[in-house]
Ligand binder design. Structure first.
Ligand code: ADP
Ligand code: ZN
Length: 801
């Protein structure tokens, strides 16, 4: 059936209705904050067409109930393919929160790390900015009329308050503005009275964002600082880097410098060049390194440094963001998320301690800030400097010339067939500054130690002696044990089983209650007051008197910082020392306060977890003791050796940074382990060559790219079913795409249950990232990865537990 319409045309019955209702463009593609893995199109209402922009936060109707939901405009286009289009509700914030370059970066992260774009944008924009916390507006008053006219008006005016206002305004220098509240105060009047002058066209009042008082919220004033003259090695590195700082082209520069070789000085000089061109620099450091000591090195050299640390208030965060956006902050220093700082004219990115696994975020989007930095530098055509004494093997391999066994010359350049290789450089600082020696590392075989000494000793005789000597010489020491608590095995000899967490596939760690004194012994003889903690789900239980299964005696095995603390208290009752771990250091402020005491010499010895292995530069530290070099070696993770080498080398690097030479004692039960041997020699190149050899043989990163998919469920059967389904979908995609990638699993994760959730994993690897991306994209399209609360995709995982 058909009928004529007004214009006498005949049309099919069903179509006119649709055609008439077909929404009129333009349309906005919106990425929702609710983690929906696609963007949705919305019609832009007429009154918003002229104001709506890409990068704004908007409100849109979502779902059957049209629930108002927040999202970001990511594109605007004249057409849409979506049939049932709804209109956008409103613009939530008129500001463009994500500029074009950051938007491109966000899209890349969403693709590469398999995360919804809305979730990525949520990480890119600080919540303080979204919520507009403490954004202070000020009203600024400017003269509109010519001065002579105002002068005349003043002379004619009788009202004293109005006279006072006019007189005060006339004192404001030509072209400048004055704060409305100040003006009111000074004139003894009210803002309302002043606004009457605006209505009369005498003045103009504009609301502006409060101008930055100072970007630096650090106590000390910015003092003129004499940079030390560069030494020969540093000069060579600078000579090579300098032209790249001004060329506005992308390059990656790995600065491999031993601990205390003056890498930071190189960063500072490079930043200076960039700032002098009116551009900004972004500096990423691990969160724990954001101590006043590090921060000061930047704030002393540059006038406007925005330091983004976890202790900032929401208001401060928002202010910094504004100042960064306007280009007011010359340098931005911060941890992981600082990579999203909206600097307008990026000239350089520095990633210090680039090997740190804290650059990887462990919730969606699971990005690695180091790799995102490289991508950002590429998009912005700027250089990036990656610095470390122990670079990750990925970074090292990428920067290393192929062919030559190892580059050991300054500035040796990668000469791969890879077309991108001509902008990758490796620079070296092989020596410490001021001719200081590298610390001498002594190995202590703890198996031998046990033979000649009665009882259990966590400190070897040698370490005890050196501690005595160090204290006698009024020098300081750092003792590392990378494990919290008192003992990590509460063992029943009769059941032959350590106590496990009820919710996790993990043993419980015994934590002594502060102040309680237990006798140091492996047997459970004295009274132990304390609790059992699970380090995975954070469950806490009292320590049972007896084995809950058989009622026999429990023994405490395995070491933790508390146990070392107890031994130190017994052996060195006079020593002023502090334990540093996440149990004692509840906030950054605690840690800063302690470091201040350490700097002043009020604390002689720091005993702690990896927190103390990083970045500390105290010249009076001459002794470093590694209580156990083995804690990380046995972990079921292919990076166990790499982590062990890095940790030992980094903590060793804290010794001998002043004029007195440094000593390191490395205690181990595995003296022949090759990693321990390389660590003693602090031989990064040797370690890397050996380890890269192994990795190449078995096809592990950096010779392969890896993606780990973790599936979890409280119900074990459902878990297995879901994992099998996912594996089948993967196999099909691999088949259809004719992909070469290899798939392992589904199999239980090394920690097969956490917080009541059973965990299975599938590990994909391939020689190229593109191959993995293709397969993941096809699965994503088919919504096989959509259950974000049950399925986590971890691209380039840093931990396999
Ligand atoms: P890294 O970052 O490689 O560990 P730093 O940059 O922290 O090394 O340098 C270690 C110490 O040496 C710092 O106190 C720094 O001020 C100082 N320093 C750096 N370069 C020089 C130099 N050329 N001459 C003298 N001291 C220097
Ligand atoms: Zn647990």
């Amino acid at each position: 059936m058909s009928e004529s319409n007004l214009f006498g045309e005949t049309i099919e019955e069903a179509e006119p209705a649709e055609a008439a209702l077909a929404p009129v463009g333009p349309f906005a593609a919106v990425a929702l904050e609710a983690s929906i893995d696609k963007t949705l199109d919305y019609q832009i209402p007429k009154q918003l067409i002229s104001t709506l922009q890409v990068g704004q936060r908007v409100r849109v109707p979502l779902g059957r109930n049209n629930k108002p939901s927040k999202g970001y405009v990511v594109a605007i286009s004249p057409t849409t393919e979506y049939p049932k289009i709804k209109p956008l509700i409103s613009i939530d914030d008129p500001r463009v929160l994500v500029g074009p370059k950051l938007m491109t970066l966000a899209r890349w992260i969403s693709r590469y790390y398999v995360a919804p774009l809305g979730t990525v944008l949520d990480s890119v924009i600080p919540s303080a900015v979204k919520k507009r916390v403490g954004r202070s507006h000020v009203s600024r008053v400017r003269l509109l009329m010519p001065r002579e006219q105002v002068q005349e008006m003043l002379e004619k005016t009788k009202a004293p308050k109005r006279r006072a206002i006019l007189a005060r305004i006339l004192q404001v220098p030509e072209g400048e503005a004055v704060d409305l509240l100040h003006l009111a105060g000074e004139a003894g009047s009210t803002p309302a009275t002043i606004r009457k002058l605006a209505a009369a066209g005498v003045i103009d009042i504009k609301s502006e964002i409060e101008p930055p008082k100072s970007a630096v919220e650090v106590a000390d004033p910015i003092v003129a600082f004499d940079a030390p003259p560069l030494n020969g090695d540093q000069q060579k590195v600078m000579d090579e880097l300098s032209p790249r700082m001004t060329s506005n082209t992308f390059s990656t520069n790995l600065l491999l410098g031993v601990t205390g070789s003056g890498k930071t000085e190189i960063y500072l000089r490079c930043i200076k060049q960039v700032v002098e061109q009116g551009r900004q620099a972004l500096v990423l450091v691990p969160e724990i390194a954001l101590t006043p000591q590090t921060v000061r090195r930047f704030t002393q050299r540059f006038a406007n440094v925005a330091v983004l640390h976890s202790g900032l208030s929401q208001g401060q965060r928002h202010r910094f963001w504004q100042q960064i956006l306007t280009g007011h902050a010359q340098v931005v220093v911060g941890a992981r998320s600082a990579i999203f700082a909206p600097v307008p004219n990026l000239g350089l990115i520095v990633v210090d301690e680039e090997h740190e696994s804290s650059y990887k975020q462990d919730t969606a989007p699971r990005y690695n800030a180091r790799d995102v930095s490289i991508k950002r530098a590429q998009l912005e055509e700027s250089p990036i400097i990656l610095g470390s004494a122990t670079p990750s093997l990925e970074t090292f391999h990428r920067a290393r010339p192929v062919g030559s066994a190892l580059a050991d010359q300054n500035g040796e350049r990668s000469a791969r067939a890879d077309p991108t290789s001509d902008n990758r450089f490796l620079l070296r600082l092989p020596n410490r500054v001021r001719g200081l020696a590298m610390p001498k590392v002594e190995l202590i075989d703890m198996k031998q130690e046990g033979r000649y000494r009665k009882g259990v000793h966590l400190l070897s005789q040698r370490l005890e002696k050196l501690l005595h000597d160090t204290l006698a010489a009024k020098q300081q020491a750092i003792l590392l044990l990378n494990r919290r608590g008192y003992s990590n095995f509460v063992y029943c000899a009769s059941c032959q089983d350590p106590l496990h967490c009820k919710f996790c596939d993990a043993t419980m760690t015994y934590h002594r209650t502060a102040g309680a004194h237990a006798r140091g012994s492996t047997s459970h003889e004295g009274k132990h007051t304390g609790q059992l903690h699970c380090h995975y789900c954070l469950a806490v239980n009292p320590l049972p008197e007896k084995c809950p299964t058989c009622g026999k005696k429990l023994s405490l095995f395995g070491l933790g910082t508390q146990r070392v603390e107890e031994e130190i208290q017994q052996k060195f009752p006079q020593m002023k020392f502090a334990r540093v771990d996440s149990d004692t250091m509840r906030s950054g402020k605690d840690y800063e306060a302690l470091l201040a005491k350490f700097a002043a010499g009020e604390v002689q010895v720091l005993l702690g977890t990896q927190m103390i292995a990083k970045g500390l530069d105290y010249p009076n530290v001459t002794l470093v003791g590694v209580i156990s070099g083995d804690t990380a070696l046995a972990l079921p993770d292919f990076r166990a050796a790499e982590r062990t080498f890095q940790l030992i080398t980094q903590v060793a690097g804290r010794a001998g940074r002043g004029d007195a030479p440094g000593r390191v004692v490395l205690q181990t039960f595995m003296p022949d382990d090759p990693t321990i041997q390389f660590a003693i020699k602090q031989d990064f190149d040797g370690f890397a060559a050996t380890e890269l050899g192994h990795r190449r043989e078995i096809g592990l990163p950096p010779f392969a790219r890896m993606v780990r998919i973790i599936i979890r469920d409280q119900d074990q059967e459902k878990l297995i079913q879901r994992a099998e389904e996912l594996a089948a979908a993967l196999n099909e995609a691999i088949d259809v795409l004719g992909s070469q990638l290899s798939m392992k699993g589904p199999m239980p994760c090394p920690i097969s249950r956490i917080a009541g959730y059973f965990r299975h994993q599938i590990v994909l690897s391939s020689s190229t990232a593109g191959e993995l991306q293709r397969v993941l994209a096809s699965l994503r399209q088919a919504k096989a990865l959509a259950k974000s609360d049950r399925i986590a995709v971890d691209v380039d995982p840093v931990s396999l537990l």
